[in-house]
Design a binder for this molecule. Structure first.
Ligand SMILES: [Zn+2]
Length: 312
């Protein structure tokens, strides 16, 4: 599965014909998005800019209520993952088409059937065919404003997703084709300093892993996320160690990407045994890992992550 229409490359967002009376949803501020909207040349639109990172279901419901009966023709999610997640959920509720435009490339979320929404202050990863975009627009125009740290974490996430997705038990020749191509492009973008290639690489990664799954590296990373480590940063060491455990063809290449991005080693406050107990029930990731994983394996991986600096 992938969006019905995909526009990508330089000027993609400028040349796209936006339907009139669209509702743009964004987490950014007018000084930033007014510049974007000028570039896009969009006319006759409504804008909702009160969406926040880690969006809650209440935000989605508020927007639905505020714009009921206003003949909104499409939702346009413009921004990072949060803007797009709100759009995805709204589209599912109302059936109104959605156009997704990522500005902080990395997750490939514009391509997938996943959305992260908080219910009662708990983040939930949801999957639904109804979350799929009607159109996705991937344009490197938005890249230069991205702070280095966000860019670095996103690039690492995209590379982790592509390589874990390649190894996933759910992979097939078509998803592998996307994952392999995504990784080649992302590696070139990062190692050879060609950031303009990142958006396209992340997009391909989204199609590849979105139709297979991520695996052990992602499963390991969430105990670090729970202690506040950004997702992409947590993956630098976690996916490296997971690739080593899986004897992945991507082990050395992924490690080199993380070294180039200069990620620091990770720390964990929680005792390893407790952390392993949190990771073990994550069957969505672990059951798709190419090699079966025991609790003992997880403890060994965590030990390596925090004691041995796997990126050295
Ligand atoms: Zn990820």
């Amino acid at each position: 599965m992938m969006p019905r229409k995909i526009a990508f490359g330089e000027n993609a967002a400028k040349e796209f014909e936006y339907p009139e009376n669209s509702l743009i949803i964004t987490t950014t501020t007018p000084d930033i998005y007014n510049k974007w909207l000028d570039y896009m040349g969009i006319k006759k639109y409504e804008i909702y800019d009160k969406a926040t990172p880690d969006p809650a279901i209440e935000t989605v419901e508020t927007i639905q209520k505020n714009y009921e009966g206003k003949n909104i023709s499409a939702y346009i999610g413009l921004g990072g993952g949060s803007s797009m997640d709100v759009c995805k959920y709204l589209g599912k509720l109302t059936g109104i088409p959605k156009i997704l435009i990522p500005t902080t490339f990395g997750t490939g979320a514009e391509m997938t059937t996943y959305a992260v929404i908080s219910f009662e202050h708990k983040k939930k990863l949801l999957q639904d065919e109804a979350f799929l975009a009607d159109a996705a627009i991937v344009d490197p125009y938005f890249l230069p404003g991205t702070p280095f740290n966000i860019m670095r974490n996103s690039a690492c996430d995209a590379a982790a997703q592509a390589s874990e997705g390649y190894d996933s038990n759910l992979a097939n020749p078509l998803t592998k084709l996307f994952c392999r191509e995504a990784f080649d492009i992302l590696e070139d973008a990062i190692v050879n300093d060609k950031p303009n290639l990142l958006p396209y690489g992340a997009m391909l990664s989204g199609i590849g892993f979105g139709n297979s799954s991520t695996t052990l590296g992602h499963a390991l990373s969430y105990v670090f996320s729970n202690e506040g480590v950004p997702h992409g940063y947590a993956l630098s060491s976690c996916t490296t160690v997971a690739h080593k455990f899986n004897k992945s063809i991507y082990y050395e290449r992924f490690k080199r990407i993380c070294q180039k991005l200069k990620f620091e080693p990770l720390k964990l406050k929680q005792p390893l045994d407790e952390a392993a107990a949190v990771i073990m029930p994550d069957r969505g990731h672990l059951d798709n890992n190419p090699i079966p994983v025991t609790k003992q394996d997880i403890i060994k991986c965590l030990e390596e992550i925090i004691n041995d600096n796997p990126l050295a």
